[in-house]
Ligand binder design. Structure first.
Ligand code: DX5
Ligand code: ZN
Length: 214
């Protein structure tokens, strides 16, 4: 059974408490929190302060995706804010192995992400220290972008590289039209922004994604 992690980057920013409750009540498995610094990606989103505020109202598994330069500077803040899982980009730090160790030292699950232009081989030394691996299927920065079909082979390659108990998460441009393709390639955790929050019924969208991805 796949897991759905709705990305609040696509939610109504003026109504986030209710938007989070909506997907929590609808059976979302996680909440995907996209943190952007305007440096690693050309957009700025939200930080640890907002994450801590959402933590007070939600029991969802907080899946924090850091799209920031030198993420080690902010790991502790996100741990304190209540993150359950923290993903850092292999491209964003000089010391990815140390950074993953550092996340785990707080007892928090650690993830590594790769951009579309980065080959899977960059993850090779990280297979035993990673709890979940994220394959970007758009160039990171914005919600509502078009899925890059070239990433399907990378998803399959990454799935083969990591132990079976390390889930492959896919992120960007995924909806009802392609969820079956990414699952067939090996994805187990589906991030969905526009496909959930732009839908007339986010609850129905989550249920449909789960059904199509079976
Ligand atoms: C992109 C983010 C994604 C994105 C997903 O930089 O990491 O999580 O918001 O949104 P959709 O599903 O709309 O591409
Ligand atoms: Zn993301």
């Amino acid at each position: 059974m796949i897991k759905i992690s709705p990305s609040i980057l696509a939610a109504d920013f003026g109504d986030l408490r209710n938007q989070i409750k909506l997907v929590e009540d609808a059976g979302a498995d996680m909440l995907h929190i996209d943190v952007m610094d305007g440096m690693f990606v050309p957009n700025i989103s939200f930080g640890a302060g907002m994450t801590a505020a959402w933590r007070k109202d939600s029991k969802l598994f907080f899946d924090v995706h850091l799209m920031i330069e030198s993420p080690e500077r902010y790991i502790e803040d996100f741990v304190k804010a209540g993150a359950d899982h923290i993903t850092v980009h292999v491209e964003a730090t000089k010391h990815i192995y140390r950074c993953l160790q550092y996340i785990k030292s707080f007892g928090v699950s650690a993830g590594v992400a790769i951009n579309p232009g980065t080959p899977a081989v960059m993850l090779k030394e990280l297979t035993n220290i990673t709890d979940m691996v994220l394959v970007m299927t758009v160039n990171p920065g914005f919600t509502g972008q078009k899925f890059l079909p070239d990433m399907l082979t990378k998803i399959a390659e990454v799935r083969k590289m990591f132990p079976e108990n390390v889930p492959v998460e896919v992120d960007g441009g995924i909806g009802l039209g392609n969820v079956a393709d990414v699952v067939k390639a090996g994805a187990e955790v589906i991030v969905a922004g526009a496909a959930v929050f732009y839908a007339e019924s986010p609850a129905a969208a989550i249920a449909e994604l789960k059904k199509c991805g079976k």
